[in-house]
Design a protein around this ligand. Sequence first.
Ligand SMILES: [Zn+2]
Length: 321
Amino acid sequence: MNYIVLDLEWNQCPAGKAEENSSLRFEIVEIGAVKLDETLVLTDQFREVVKPQVYHSLHHRTKEIIALRAIDFEDARNFPEVAQDFITWCGDDAVFCTWGSADLTELQQNLAYYNIPSPFPFPLLYYDIQKIFSIVYEDRKSRRSLESVIDFLDIPKSIPFHSALSDAHYTSLIMQRLTPEQIMANSSVDYYQIPKNRRQEIYLSYETYTKFVSRPFKDKTQAMRDRTVISTPCCKCNKTAQKKIRWFPVGGSNYFCLAYCEKHGYLKGKIRLRHQRDNLCYAIKTVKTISLEEAYEIREKKEVLKLKRRLRRKFNTDRNP
Ligand SMILES: [Zn+2]
């Protein structure tokens, strides 16, 4: 097995959103990656600039971020050629690692645009080193920039940031401050491909929580009526936990619930509803054990939201009696 630490640079429509190509919002212009063996030792690297086919000049934001200039693209090859070489270079036993959650999604989007068969399995599990750094060193939720983690870990900054290869290289140096066990225990799911039907639905189990990814539904209401989506099996023993507070909306597309397992105590359920490219909606549910205080916080949150709703309704009736 090899870890492939991947970093892409991409460009977007220089004329703004109105003129963009809706099947390729972000066009990859550089692929950089390093290969690490099972013990996290660097064994190889890949870097190639890609000649743009869709957007022929750089968006002003892309220009600010990346180190590439027009001259770098002159002798560059097209995406299909570079991508094929990259896929071959990765090998059959690749485990993908990235900084953040965007790179593998954009890679698949670019492959699909050129009708290149996807080399990735379903579901595609990968390791988001930005998230894993937060889990191991910080509060699980914060997301620092690559450079700020390099500073935090006192890693010398010998090469400039924001080129695909240097960012992949820096990400690999952060991985070397983690253990393979810490990395492997915290996989992420890439949501470019979501389950097509019930049989493909994804169930994952981690040390402190479980994750479920549903098939697509027509809309929010249908998703929140599905028995599997709204069930709350205990994340420790998988037994159906008793609901203490039913699913309630928190903001636009998130829902919380509180459940109780006789053996493992209070559980917090969270559902995020997300839209697929074709506008169908799917659910990502997590269930985790929580303390009594956190259970009180969920109850409080529900009461506050209820009160706010009531006040808003009153305010509207007062204004338009
Ligand atoms: Zn339990």
